[in-house]
Structure formats: structure tokens, C-alpha cells
Unconditional design. Sequence first.
Length: 317
Amino acid sequence: MSDPQPGTTRPTARRVAVLTHTGRRMAVEAAVRFVTGLSRHGITALVPCEDADLLQERCTDGLIEPFEPRDVAVHDGCELAVVFGGDGTILRGAEWAVPAEVPLLGVNLGHVGFLAEAESSEIDTVVEHVVSGDWRLEERVVIEVSVTTPDGDGPSWTTFAVNEVSLEKASREKMLETMVEIDRRPLSRWSCDGVLVATPTGSTAYAFSAGGPVMWPGVEALLLVPLSAHALFARPLVLDPSSTIRIEILGESKAAGVVWCDGRRSSEVLSGTVVEIQRSDHRLRLARLTRAPFTDRLVSKFGLRVEGWRGGREVLS
């Protein structure tokens, strides 16, 4: 954890946000154990108002302070946000943590958990690291999106994404007619199911399922992936991180579309709408407890057969 800047002091009362997938019993149990551990060391757990009663019932002696995630002022003095759940819960936490510039530490109780740093069996270890401030920051690219309707003078909807922004057709039987531009220059016209733009973090999510490459998290780049495009040239493209991607739904398109950000926030779009995507000034800040390389994480999460399909390597004499 980085030291305070010269001329500043650390708050006397330490506060750590705790975000939980309350629909999973194991996540709630892990969060209760974590909050109890923090309380023993005088650290207050900031808990979203909608979760506070549930945790307070199970952690009667815990130092719990409810907060409203939409309140941007609450991040003052909050040194970390610990998330109990899968990547979906971490993305939910990012909706608050990214604008507030609060680091996220994920405890995986989902299936893959690429964004998570620890497993549910390591709660006591996580408490020790948080109490001692023994963690380091890893920053990731975040993208921002703006949607402009044909009758609008400016963007009608703006937001950001940690994994990806996807423009998808709204109805199964019709395709979208899109024109894609990179840095104000036309790239290609696609009749397609959609187009998505992903960060390196999101390259192992939707973009991976759509046939895109896996990008190491430290790569500064954007990934453009057409979805089932009827075109001779429709391959995933790795773009300069400063690129601006402009996707227009052409007038010939008889299909409505939907813009999704991280599969959580959406906006319906019609013919003539322009979707513009570029790198955000914000960064996703992840707290890391170990220095395990991304290669090891990739092998572990995907269960890759490093020994090969025919068993171990033969030793040559």
C-alpha cells in the first residue's frame, strides 16, 4: 500500500468497504468472518445500506457503518474495497470504486474469478494483509462510452466499463447494419449481431467467448471484436490505447440495438445512433496480495494442461 503524500496524514479511524453477493450463503459467511477480523483491530467496515442489516444480524459486535454507494463523498478515508463474490460482484463494486479511485480486492466465491485475488479459504490471510497494509496496487485500463441519438445535440448516455462495451442487436431475427470508424477514418461496414470493444482485463470475458485473443493485463491497448459479422474482413483487432472507436447504426438497419457495459448497464439504441468508445481517464485499481504472474493465473483459471494431452514430457537420454 502506498504511503500518504507529503504534507498529508492518514485518518486515525481506518475504514474498509465490504461488498458482498448476499444471494450466496458462502459469500455472506466469508464477509462476516472478514468484518469480525477487521473489528478486532479497530477497522470499520463500510457496508452498502442494502446489505448492512444482513451483516449486522450475523456480526453483532462488528464495527459496521452503512453507506450509500451513490454518495461519492464516502470514499474519503476509505483505503480499500473488499468484494466477496465472483467477477460479477467485483464489477458491481467497480461501479462505485472506479470513480471514487478506491482499490478493489476480490475474494472469489464464483466460478472463474479472473479479477479476484484470493479464495474463500484465505479469509484470515486477507485480514492479516489488510490490517498490516501489505498489498500493492495494479492499475488497469478502463473505457468510457457515449451514445448520441440522431436527434440529439450531444451524448444522451455516458458511462464507463471495466471489461467491455458491446453493441448488440435487440431482436434475434434481424441483424444490425453498422459502420465502424477508427480515429475518424472508416474501417469497415458490417452486417452483424453486434460489435464489442474490450479492455485487456475484459479479453478473458465476453471477448474471449467471441473469438478474441487473450491480452495480458499490463498491455495498454483496446480490443475490437465483431460479433458474427457477414463480411470477408471481420477479425478481432488490437488497437492503440489512444484510439477512438465510432460505431454508427446505419439507416438501412431495421433492427434496434442495445449498448451494454460490463453486462450490467444498458441503453437502447435505434438507427442513426452513434456509439463512441475511448480510453477513460479513470483506472481500475486492483489490490494484489501476491506477485503471481498472469501466466499462472491463466493456467489456473482455465485449467490448462501444461503437461500436454499425452502426459508428461519424455526425458531424452
